[in-house]
Design a protein around this ligand. Structure first.
Ligand code: COA
Length: 305
């Protein structure tokens, strides 16, 4: 076994094949690839944050961190999102993924990460590495009823980067918390595969948007911005054309839970920003531990792993 090492551009075909096998094909998904689902993770400038272990000249294990900056009421918090941790079937339970995780965790403070964040169906693996499961504040609203057509005011259109990029980016930044995305990052995230974005326009101006996640790794109405009534109008647009939906209601838009309840949608507490699996945090900067921030913590859909 070799020690963990950063990914080089030439490794990508092998890594993508390993990860697509485990996270896509073995789950019956043949129309998504991690390469296009995580364009910023596998961008050349982030490859040093993707680590692998080789055995007999073949890559058998991978784990990566995607450093982000979250804005909490004007305060910048460095967050390292852990993405695509996997070991090929024949090499499991030999300590490889744990070795990669320890390597990433040691590097994360140097990358400006004060917190680690991940979603998993296997919390036991991460618990032994110091991670803790957390409850995300918010609700999941499920339903398909719409409130009729009476009070619709928006013109609903598909996101068009040339028309909407600046205004959607501005809408995203108008809520706290949010991730600080460059326009280049927003351009990638707002055009991810199987994550269409609807924009609500009033008098030709974008006043709300909604991400309709249909991908295996991003499912449901997972990100939005604008005022709650305008967002609800976009939700109704999706529900009336595509049937039952799951809307993740974050505390920035608690009003949406009441609107959904009035429309007879069912409301349950949210457990993870993703709506599925366990959300886990690793506190790397102890000054955050008693800041009250961890209790309010959630992640918008387009930054989800
Ligand atoms: C989860 C996964 C990455 C673990 O990789 P690995 O290289 O086998 O992990 P390690 O050998 O480093 O495991 C270290 C410890 O984690 C725990 N662990 C690992 N796999 C586990 C499992 N399937 N069930 C419970 N605990 C597990 C054990 O405590 C293990 O130590 P032990 O073998 O001494 O008991 C691997 O099973 C995998 O690729 N699964 C499919 C993809 C996936 O689910 N990834 C995680 C998504 S967030």
């Amino acid at each position: 076994m070799t020690a963990p090492r950063p990914v080089a551009p030439d490794d990508l075909p092998q890594i993508i094949d390993l990860l697509d096998t485990i996270f896509r094909r073995e789950k019956g998904i043949n129309d998504q690839s991690v390469l296009t689902d995580f364009p910023l993770l596998f961008a050349e400038e982030n490859l040093r944050n993707c680590r692998v272990i080789e055995r007999d000249g073949r890559i058998v294990s991978h784990a990566a961190v995607w450093p982000r900056t979250f804005d909490f009421k004007g305060q910048a918090i460095g967050v390292g999102i852990i993405v695509l941790v996997a070991t090929e079937t024949g090499s499991r339970r030999q300590g490889l993924a744990a070795e990669l995780m320890r390597d990433l965790q040691a590097a994360m403070p140097g990358l400006g990460c004060q917190l680690g964040l991940l979603w998993t169906g296997m919390p036991e693996f991460y618990q032994t590495l110091g991670w803790k499961t957390v409850d995300t504040p918010g609700w999941i609203a499920s339903g398909s009823n719409t409130n009729g057509d009476g009070d619709r005011r928006l013109h609903v259109v598909d996101f068009d980067p040339s028309r909407h990029l600046d205004s959607v980016d501005r809408l995203h930044r108008s809520h706290s918390p949010h991730s600080r995305r460059t326009l280049h990052e927003s351009a990638h995230l707002l055009t991810l595969p199987k994550c269409p974005v609807l924009v609500g326009e009033a008098d030709g101006v974008a006043v709300a948007y909604l991400v309709d996640g249909r991908a295996i790794n991003k499912r449901g109405l997972i990100e939005y911005a604008g005022n709650a009534h305008d967002i609800w109008e976009l939700v109704q647009h999706v529900a009336s054309s595509r049937g039952p939906q799951r809307l993740l209601v974050f505390p920035t838009h608690a009003e949406l839970a009441g609107i959904a309840r009035e429309a007879d949608w069912s409301i349950e507490p949210l457990r993870s920003s993703k709506g599925t699996g366990d959300e886990m945090l690793l506190v790397l900067d102890e000054t955050l531990a008693n800041s009250g921030l961890l209790e309010q913590f959630f992640c918008w859909g387009l930054d989800l792993a």
